[in-house]
Design a protein around this ligand. Structure first.
Ligand code: ADP
Length: 247
């Protein structure tokens, strides 16, 4: 089975407003799936439903062929890495301690952790000399590299990234986009990435899932979206981002 995550009719509302109408889609193994759409269209809600930070009102989310439930989510979270926009690092812990937090909690051997940390520094191009620094002593790009290392520490089957590059300046962002692409390919990582940037989605995504007002409007490659837009919104969204690129 090629789908690692499968959403079937998953819906969510908050205080009478619908954040997500019944949604169906899958995250294929070894591929990068990108959720894109205007602010407030439900991208983060969808991601949070997968990692069960919020409970769906309806529908099921399957992980590796079995439904995610409140009973198995703690075990499943160890198989899922999660990176958020501001990195979510603990400010009172060094970069090293942030990366090793969960591995220490699980009682991993010191040698094993040291080796894995070296591997991750090499993979994310983060200098080992900076591991003793606190998050406040690192640049935004460096903090996201630490956050990425932390999410990859336990070799997760699924990596969820919620606007991981959203707060970075364009040059740092471009450099991290390139590194993310190489990392995903090297690890054959199954990844689900949220962005509102079409160029980033096209560069990183094997499959693009375009959302609007709580609904999935179209799924496919960037070529599918460009050449066979499902409706007027898809064309509008693509054109709006193209004209921005010209400016
Ligand atoms: P996106 O990630 O695409 O910007 P979100 O998934 O964050 O969108 O939000 C979708 C909709 O749900 C928005 O209208 C937002 O205001 C609402 N929403 C999200 N989380 C909550 C929450 N915890 N309580 C109330 N409303 C929420």
């Amino acid at each position: 089975m090629s789908a690692l995550v499968q959403l079937v009719d998953v819906a969510k509302g908050f205080a009478g407003t619908t954040a997500l109408h019944p949604a169906n889609f899958s995250v294929e193994r070894g591929k990068t799936t990108v959720l894109i759409g205007p602010s407030g269209c439900g991208k983060s809600t969808l991601l949070r439903l997968i990692i069960r930070l919020i409970e769906p009102d309806a529908g099921t989310v399957d992980f590796d062929g079995a439904p995610i439930t409140p009973d198995n989510i703690d075990m499943l979270r160890r198989r899922i890495g999660y990176v958020i926009q501001e990195g979510g690092l603990f400010p009172h812990l060094t970069a090293r301690a942030n990366v090793l937090l969960m591995a220490r909690h699980l009682g991993k051997a010191a040698d094993e952790m040291r080796e894995r940390l070296s591997e991750l520094c090499e993979l994310t191009r983060f200098s080992e000399n900076l591991l003793a620094r606190y998050p406040v002593e690192l640049s935004g790009g460096q903090r996201q590299r630490v956050s990425l290392m932390r999410s990859l520490m336990l070799s997760p089957e699924l990596l969820l990234l919620d606007e991981p590059l959203g707060a970075l300046d364009p040059l740092v962002r471009a450099s991290l986009q390139k590194d993310l692409k190489e990392i995903f390919s090297r690890l054959q990582q199954t990844a689900l990435l949220v962005t509102h940037d079409l160029a980033e989605a096209a560069y990183l995504g094997d499959k693009i899932v375009l959302m609007n007002e709580g609904r999935i409007v179209q799924q496919g490659s960037i070529v599918d979206l460009r050449e066979k837009p499902a409706d007027a919104f898809v064309s509008e969204f693509l054109n709006a981002q193209r004209s921005l690129a010209i400016l």
